[in-house]
Design a protein around this ligand. Structure first.
Ligand code: AMP
Length: 526
């Protein structure tokens, strides 16, 4: 899961670096591994315009530890990315945006994951394209560049005899949208993409299933009257913070073109898009103050708390009633709070988080992860001593965190420890950009809730039902009918068994809405 942002200031003499750095800091929760920025100017003589790029590993503030680096990012248009590593390496070379000088200057940043990137890579290499990394984003950029080049070439040939000069075939909206359409046919997976296009502006597009989120907004220019600055972002919270008004979500399979001096142009580029946003965004990834596909994430989380409480009441049986509900900070707080309220129980802070420590999930090795949990969270003993405590976390993935937290609760004197997950059992790998890869690491794979309880040494474990989780979002936007929920169901919206991936790259991506929109993939096959 990564975060992306693009801004285009109406004033060609302006500089968007401030917006980009602030916006990416707001999107930092989507990736802390690396950050990259590319800017350009739309007002200079286009032949003299160069792209300026700053990249680094770590958080945004670490990349700009030397504030002078921000001064390198000149220009009123730019794109940026924060990385959460899913595909490709973790070195500086893999930090986005990626750049291509062909058929014009292009810089691309991408949130998501392509499931057919190996095949794309082979195709590109067979045509003598050199890919410098193993990143699927670099493959995506090259696929797009190839289609754009082919479009421009076709138009150039068509215009010979009239103008003849290659410059008479400008990179027009048509050529860009057409290239997106062809790219969508070849690239399978979840992707939200921003492309800085030399001498044009910003092109953004979202996969035909809308798996990964993307919004766009505008604000009045601070220097030019009746002109608007425009931005595209992974989450609306970045727009809010920068003073942009949220216009709307980019639709599944839609492309959006931002150009200086023109209104926003949009075009549907997928033949039959079907909206299947990733349900995990609402439980774990997105900030609660974001509105995603028309749904306020916080409101959805409150509903999750209510539905969890209902399930707890139904299934508590003879077990002692919980004396206190405690959230595992931070993501599950709104859920736990509302759950406690609906249970008529007490909500308390029992774990205090060290805000200055990174995430434990991605640390290599179980031992490191366990230590990481202790470094990150400590108990307020009095909230546990002698009580039946109900701990709520957004998810149980490998079980490392939950096992350690149960132990900590017992060390703090808890009488009984119940562990409730706001997500259903995570049983299958994710192929669309979430770092949940090997099924045998997943504690709920081939285990019942009671067996998970034994594994994490809890007195009771309860998972949210998938139907309930999806209803929490659906009830807030009934237009959202189905979701990308493969980590829970094993159903992959892009039909990613090896065969369909192979076919799709020859014939275009499987058409959403086609007869077999869902396929169950054995974890081994993906
Ligand atoms: P685990 O210890 O593997 O069960 O991890 C569960 C914890 O990791 C929960 O507290 C989640 O908040 C967090 N988490 C869940 N999914 C992810 C993910 N894909 N990336 C990073 N952290 C995650």
């Amino acid at each position: 899961m990564c975060g992306i942002l693009a801004t285009l200031l109406a004033d060609g003499d302006g500089h968007c670096v401030g917006d980009l750095v602030d916006g990416m800091t707001v999107l930092q929760h989507r990736g802390q591994d690396a950050a990259g920025f590319t800017t350009a100017s739309t007002s200079q003589d286009w032949e003299k315009v160069t792209f300026k790029t700053v990249k680094g590993t770590g958080m945004v503030r670490e990349v700009f530890a030397d504030p002078k680096r921000a001064q390198e990012l000149l220009g009123n248009v730019g794109i940026a990315h924060v990385r959460y590593p899913t595909a490709g390496g973790s070195g500086l070379d893999d930090v986005q945006p990626f750049y291509a000088n062909f058929p014009c200057g292009l810089a691309l940043a991408h949130n998501g994951n392509l499931t057919n990137s190996e095949r794309l890579r082979k195709e590109l290499v067979s045509r003598h394209r050199h890919l410098n990394t193993t990143s699927d984003s670099e493959a995506l950029l090259n696929v797009f560049a190839e289609h754009l080049a082919a479009n421009l070439e076709a138009r150039r040939r068509g215009s010979v005899g009239h103008a003849g000069d290659p410059l008479s075939t400008p990179v027009s909206p048509d050529t860009l949208f057409d290239a997106v359409e062809r790219t969508m046919r070849r690239c399978v997976g979840g992707y939200a993409v921003v492309v800085l296009v030399h001498n044009v502006g910003v092109l953004a597009f979202r996969d035909p299933w809308g798996i990964r989120p993307m919004v766009f907004g505008e604000r009045k220019s601070r220097t030019l009257e009746n002109e608007y600055d425009r931005a595209v972002a992974s989450e609306s919270v970045a727009l809010d913070t920068l003073g942009y008004k949220l216009c709307r979500d980019v639709a599944p399979g839609e492309a959006v073109l931002l150009r200086p001096g023109f209104p926003v142009l949009t075009q549907r580029c997928a033949e039959r898009p079907v909206h299947r946003p990733c349900i995990f965004e609402y439980v774990y990834f997105a900030r609660p103050d974001s509105t995603m596909d028309g749904v306020c994430v916080y409101a959805a989380q409150l509903k999750m708390g209510e539905k969890l409480a209902a399930k707890i009441k139904r299934q508590l049986g003879d077990r002692p009633k919980p004396d206190v509900v405690i959230a595992v900070p931070d993501t599950s707080r709104p859920i736990a709070l509302q759950c406690a309220y609906s249970l008529d129980s007490v909500y308390r802070e029992g774990f205090i988080k060290n805000r200055y420590i990174g995430r434990t999930f991605i640390m290599p090795g179980q031992d490191m992860r366990r230590k990481g949990v202790r470094m990150k969270l400590n108990t307020i003993k009095s909230e546990f001593a002698g009580r039946t405590v109900l701990l709520i976390d957004d998810s149980i993935v490998r079980g490392t965190t939950s096992r350690e937290l149960v132990l900590m609760a017992r060390e703090a004197g808890a009488k009984n420890v119940y562990f409730v997950s706001a997500s259903p059992e995570v049983r299958y790998p994710n192929v669309y950009g979430i770092n949940i890869s090997t099924h045998n690491e997943l504690v709920a794979h081939n285990r019942s809730a009671d067996e998970v309880a034994t594994f994490i040494k809890a007195d009771w474990v309860l998972f949210q039902d998938l139907e309930d989780l999806e209803d929490c979002v659906r009830e807030l936007n009934p237009a959202l009918k189905e979701f990308e929920n493969s980590v829970f169901s094993g159903c992959y919206v892009t039909c990613d068994d090896e065969e369909s991936v192979a076919t799709s790259s020859e014939q275009g991506s499987p058409r959403p809405g086609a007869k077999t929109p869902l396929s169950r993939v054995s974890p081994e096959a993906s």
